[in-house]
Write a new protein. Structure first.
Length: 366
């Protein structure tokens, strides 16, 4: 038994096949790590806000527009990264990484009595799969019962999926997650790691568009075949000859959906190091001068954002004498203790700040 730090008790479930999977986790009450003794590099108690460096190892599959999958945390072949893959999700809110826009060229989601399945083509170099990588399999047990990735958990509408299987290559993706019903281990078998998506999970890979369907189970789970006399036998990887993939399940109803992919929301801490009051004083002191008895010039500022840099632009503007007198009164006041920051919440945090002056006469003694 595993006893996570949050008090949730989870079992290492031994299957009839001899494989084991981590079972019994509540997605609302997860431990820091589901498999700390197995060498897990990520975590399961994740924040709510998505981050591009997240090591969250929970995936969720609810619909064609709300799902996640596992992929490498850094550029590395799926086979080499299988033990450390992290979660990429189509929506924010679970503390994972996000599926970048344009990752999928098409996507077909189907829900059947025994499982949910997603198939699709795309550019998975956007989630750190190297170009040309023929990919590999991810599953909840791995070769030693610790899973690929180690500690990776999958959840859906009915709680944890004990059985699931995913294949990911540089240009092709599929995942099937089985409800915890009799037959789940068969429909989400993961002993055919060399056979790829189309053999393990027959379905629609090549049709254009993005859709979500209700459907029927495949006639037989992966690796199972019916003999002429009606009996069923199981083919094992490596046996010759290799049989053709089974037939896909029938689809009953489908609807079109949006392509998955979203960007990280902007930070809410922009420019807090540049107080509003201090910037007012800087702009006034840097470049005001008297043009005549009634008109005054001093700088006004604007802030623009280029990649990784804020540019604060100071530009002389003409003001009335009344505006000037009001500004002088403000100038003579002490800085407030709570100097509010410039509100630029629609911009990400800068890596640098650049001050740019445009024309006018500058005072020499500021």
């Amino acid at each position: 038994m595993l006893t996570p730090s949050c008090g949730l008790v989870a079992a290492l479930l031994l299957l009839p096949s001899g494989f084991a999977v981590l079972s019994g986790f509540d997605p609302k009450n997860l431990p820091t790590r589901s498999d700390p003794s197995g060498g897990q590099i990520g975590y399961n108690k994740c924040e709510t806000k998505a981050r591009p460096d997240s090591l969250c190892q929970n995936i969720f599959i609810y619909s064609a527009e709300d799902f996640c999958f596992f992929a490498p945390p850094e550029p590395k072949s799926v086979g080499d990264a299988e033990r450390e893959c992290v979660s990429y999700c189509s929506q924010d809110g679970r503390g994972t990484r996000l599926i970048p826009p344009g990752t999928f060229r098409n996507l077909h989601y189907v829900r059947t009595p025994h499982y949910v399945q997603i198939t699709g083509l795309g550019d998975f170099t956007k989630v750190n799969v190297p170009s040309g990588d023929t990919g590999g399999e991810l599953d909840p047990s791995g070769a030693d019962g610790h899973g690929n990735p180690i500690g990776g958990l999958a959840f859906g509408e009915k709680g944890q999926f004990n059985h699931w299987t995913e294949f990911l290559a540089h240009d092709e993706f599929c995942i099937r997650a089985c409800f915890n019903l009799p037959g789940a281990e068969r429909y989400c078998q993961h002993i055919y790691d060399l056979m790829g998506c189309r053999w393990n999970m027959p379905g629609d890979y090549d049709s254009d568009g993005f859709d979500q369907c209700e459907g029927e189970d495949v006639p037989l789970p992966m690796g199972e075949y019916r003999r002429a006399n009606g009996s069923i036998y199981t083919w094992h990887q490596g046996e010759i000859p290799t049989p053709e993939p089974g037939a896909p399940g029938k689809l009953n109803s489908c609807k079109l959906v949006r392509a998955p992919g979203t960007s990280y929301s902007p930070s809410r801490r922009s420019l807090q190091a540049i107080p509003y009051w201090s910037l007012f004083k800087l702009s006034f002191a840097l470049c005001w001068h008297e043009t005549n008895i009634t008109l005054m010039n001093w700088c006004e500022w604007s802030v623009t954002y280029t990649p990784n840099t804020y540019i604060i632009t100071l530009e002389p503007k003409t003001h009335s004498k009344a505006e000037y007198d009001s500004a002088i009164q403000l100038w003579d006041m002490p800085n407030p203790q709570n100097d509010s920051a410039i509100q630029l919440w629609d911009m990400p945090n800068p890596q640098a700040i650049s001050l740019e002056y445009r024309g006018g006469t500058q005072r020499s003694n500021y």
